[in-house]
Design a protein around this ligand. Sequence first.
Ligand code: HEM
Length: 418
Amino acid sequence: YKEQIPIDKGIDNSLAMMREGYLYISNRRKRFGKDIFETRLLGGQKAVCIAGEEAVKVFYDESKIKRQGAAPKRIRQTLFGEKAIQTIDDTSHKHRKQLFMSLMTEKQLQDVVNIFKKEWASAIDKWESENEVILYHEVTKILAITACKWAGVPLSQSDASLRASQLEKLFDSAAAIGPRHWKGRQARNALELWLQKIIKDVRNSKLETPEETALHRMAWYRDTNGKLLNTEVTAVEVLNILRPIVAISVYIVFAALALFENPEEKEKLLNGDEDVFELFIQEVRRYYPFFPFTTGRVRENFLWKGHDFKKESLVLLDIYGTNHHPNLWDNPEQFTPDRFKEREESPYDLIPQGGGDYYKGHRCPGEWLTVEVMKSSLDLLVNHMEYNVPKQQNLRYSMMRIPSLPKDRFIMDRVKKV
Ligand code: HEM
């Protein structure tokens, strides 16, 4: 049988999407009483929005959904870069994905955590003598230094603040319009030029890099045709390592907020083991908003649950909405780390960093790294320092601003190392 997909009327609903942010898809799913509806976005293109476990399965079925031509230009100009792994399909995608996954060995994950802990420890020394500390800005810088060290990208101390702020702008600008968007494009241009020079130096043996680093691997990566990537695309892919590591700062700030708002949960983490940290981190990634949705395009016409998916239509998978879907989560609007205690892991329900298979599809290759760095930051916040959260600040976060963050970026004072 066939069933008409409910339609959110209008020739272009981009404005409503800007206004409703993370809740644009959920609001309409509630209104239609369905996990699927059609709308027009991004210059009036037809787009099908879907949510829930079955939706994740169909979205990650690569015979049905592709990525080429899916990411809007404004996202490529800020967040992704041109010709990035996010925008390619099939064998060339799988081959390049292998490159990203090869960086995520147990040893390399341990390395990144060690670098991160060391940088954080020396930052605490500085924080102790400061009147107040804005956690988001501090962690952004710590993570930029960590990312460059781990990836083998040379970064002088005097450049650290500049590069941290440019890397932050790449993800801060992606969904914005006006000046915030333009700053992101400028930051991308500057960062790409900086990295292109470094990549040339690696290729001309002017710069030595350890073999296991992202910079080395990417500079010498050969694609399915046995060719090196050009310097532009190589820079884009090195940024695909540096930028998202810096973006973990968003989650670390939400973890700090969660600790503040749920003191009884903090209690459980005092000298807790890896497992309790993991429950808390998974719930932070489920509960707080980060990516609202991800995009693909229909490869060939197909029918799903009686609904027509037309070739080349845009498809939006509701990430935030799936992480809060009432069929998947009891009391989804409550912060409850224990919900993960005896829950069986599935690649199709907790999808803050995408779903499906890492190697075959577009699921985030940095998910393990994210979880490890978050666990380590949680241990540092709970067991290795004391701090006060001054009342005089706005801790609210907007569901319209993408990415969302507590308004004042989480201010702390009276920081002490313990
Ligand atoms: C892809 C989220 C951290 C590298 C993705 C996707 C999401 C995501 C939603 C797209 C999934 C899809 O479209 O199917 C996040 C979040 C992070 C994070 C919320 C936390 C800050 C990282 C880290 C790295 C990374 C630390 C690298 C070190 C990538 C790459 C892709 C990707 C290269 C593209 C993969 C592909 O197209 O095959 N991420 N990510 N991400 N992420 Fe992450």
